[in-house]
Design a protein around this ligand. Sequence first.
Ligand SMILES: [Zn+2]
Length: 333
Amino acid sequence: MIPSARLPLAALPLAAALLAPCLAAAPPDFLRLTLDGVPVEFHEGDAGPARDSARALAWAAERLQRDTGLLLTPQPTLALARGREEFDLLCGRAMPPWSVAAALPRSNRIILDAGKAPPASPEARALLFHEAVHLALARLETGRADRLPLWLHEGLATWLSGARHLHGPRTDFDLAAAHNALIPLERLRDTFPERSSEADMAYAQSEAFVAHLVNRSGVEALCAFFRLYADGVSFDETFRAAFGRSLPEAESEWRDALAGRFKWLWATLGALTFWGFMALATVAVFFLVSWRARRQRRTWEREEEEWGIVAQEPEEEDDPDDGEPWSPKEDRR
Ligand SMILES: [Zn+2]
């Protein structure tokens, strides 16, 4: 579990949400509105935060679909709880003290403790994005026996949302990475550690591994992974097809890179958020397009030379200002 002091945006591991025994109905005094296609339940006086939350979730759904192909339809219902007691009630169970939001795939709901995360804050927007990723991934898993590993859920949700674990002090992660002492991903497949320090490490390295995969193979590989998995291909086959190697090979490569002499480079790449990566990718595409244009131009020029085509210089019109520079001597003449 993640201590809230270290990570205010601590989000609920999806496994816990899936195990929620039952879901309490919304309190009868809840008001409801739908904005940008997002239904929101809230208390009287919270209409402003409800609208902010709806816009944030709609934005998250749009970005997810545009950039990764993940769908969040139908839109989940968002409930704004006031305080810990109501948050637990809406989640259907006693939640960990650090938990601020929860994704409930069975009922297609996201519960936000609006008392701890004001809906207009950047933290709340990132948190809603984080939970939206969990719900979108849970839709891909519907009816499947081989669910996505928990490390992938949390790594993707954290990296895509920008609710970053790697933004905080990274000493522990860097030290563990340099000494090849990270937790094996297999141990993070179905559960995360209970102890806060180990859980912190689990979240940080899940995010770092996802960032490594995308930095190495591109966002296209991530999109291909989602498409193949949605088509029913097994997780292992999907991973190999999308990222070009098996999970054990990729994990081994990642560990070696972190521990090796390019540790600083991978650490830098791993510190990129999804949005930072997309910005860099945009710049890279610009330079690639420019480079291709220059290369094409040089090819045309070579072809023209081979065919004896001489570029026609435009005829110059007589210009009274053209010619020899003016000199006082000429002027006298
Ligand atoms: Zn999460």
